[in-house]
Design a protein around this ligand. Structure first.
Ligand code: IPM
Ligand code: MG
Length: 363
């Protein structure tokens, strides 16, 4: 066996721990089947950690994340802290983690699976061939720009966020978008708002400068509002979308909605030596601890981890096929069913065990 794949696990808040537990079970099962050595360590992270120790992202957790090959994260966020300004909430640790790992590129694949077709709110003919990848810039733009503040007294306060992009930041994400498109259907759609924003005008100029390096990729441009429409009217025509931090946040949630639920979309955040894998969904506090959350996004994030950080394409595919198989058997968590059919739903654990069974591993 080779050097073990070192994975740091942050369950986090809300449904984070239970969907991460599901993903870890599947990860362990496939690794044992494929003789992949795994060195897995769990650490506190998020609002729960803040409650317990007063720190959302303890130093030991930082060290563990930096020293791992990959971080598998559940979700963070707790409504008890919603009265605080966003940058003072414990869930800010997610942005700190992305920064710590220098994870500047966020890959969010949305692929229709035959077994999911009836879960989409859209007609099957529009979504049957849906297979798109949102490449979201993750360390710049409105999320990190300074100043960010509130000035003055009510009722005359002013709030200020700053959207800022350096040319190098745009260049690296756009180049990655082109490269990823080369490995897929060779179509790249750059999404911006260059009819209004200066950052987007720079974005557009950088795309134009880099495009000649990739003559085999068909490039298109959409303003983000038009992209939101196109995603609903003809989603299957998209291959790779490359866009800024905020637009990517919004468009990836929309892609999940087109598939049927936020609970199905995994993500990989790459750039630095350690990559981060997390479901696109949040901590969903109202359904936490009830065995009803959809573990699919977390399980598929584990597949991405094996593919991108481990180089284990076969193991990643095995997980993806096992998830498809569980869906094809008609198993659905509540989020994938209309209200009148919720009584048919399986729980987090049942869905996970169906995936394990499909992997041909005793549960
Ligand atoms: C996501 C989430 C996060 C983001 C939040 C929780 C900070 O919505 O990963 O898409 O906006 O990046
Ligand atoms: Mg989001």
């Amino acid at each position: 066996m080779n050097r073990p794949l070192k994975v740091c696990v942050f369950g986090g808040d809300g449904i984070g721990p239970e969907v991460t537990r599901a993903a870890v079970r599947v990860l362990r099962a496939v690794c044992s089947r494929e003789s992949i050595a795994l060195d897995l360590e769990e650490h506190p992270f998020g609002s729960q950690s803040f409650r317990e120790s007063g720190v959302a992202f303890p130093e030991a957790s930082r060290q563990a994340a930096s020293n791992a090959d990959a971080v598998l994260c559940g979700a963070v966020g707790d409504p008890d802290f919603d009265h605080l300004p966003p940058m003072e909430r414990p869930q800010r640790c997610l942005l700190d983690l992305r920064q710590l790992l220098d994870a500047w590129a966020n890959l969010r694949p949305a692929r229709m699976s035959e077994g999911l077709l009836d879960c989409s709110p859209m007609k099957a003919e529009y979504v049957r061939d849906l297979d798109l990848l949102v490449v979201r810039e993750l360390l710049g733009g409105l999320y990190f720009g300074k100043p960010r503040e509130r000035r003055g007294e009510s009722p005359h306060q002013v709030a200020l966020d700053t959207m800022v992009y350096k040319e190098e930041e745009i260049e690296r994400i756009v180049r990655l978008g082109f490269q990823l498109a080369q490995g897929r259907r060779k179509q790249l759609c750059s999404v911006d708002k260059s009819n209004v924003l200066e950052c987007s005008r720079l974005w557009e100029a950088v795309v134009a400068r880099i495009a000649p390096e990739f003559p085999d990729v068909q490039l298109s441009h959409l303003y983000v509002d038009a992209c939101a429409t196109a995603l609903v009217t003809h989603p299957a025509e998209f291959d790779v979308i490359v866009t800024s931090n905020l637009f990517g946040d919004i468009l990836s949630d929309q892609s999940a909605g087109i598939l049927g639920s936020l609970g199905v979309l995994p993500s990989a955040s790459v750039g630095g030596p350690t990559a981060l894998y997390e479901p696109v969904h949040g901590s969903a506090p109202p359904i936490a601890g009830k065995n009803i959350a959809n573990p699919m996004a977390a399980i598929l994030s584990a597949a991405m981890l094996l593919r991108h950080s481990g180089g284990h394409e076969d193991a990643a595919l095995a997980i993806e096929q096992a998830v498809d198989q569980a869906l094809a058997q008609g198993l659905r968590t509540a989020d994938l069913l209309p209200r009148e059919r919720r009584h048919e739903a399986v729980g987090t654990i049942e869905f996970t065990e169906a995936v394990l069974a499909a992997l041909d591993v005793a549960v």
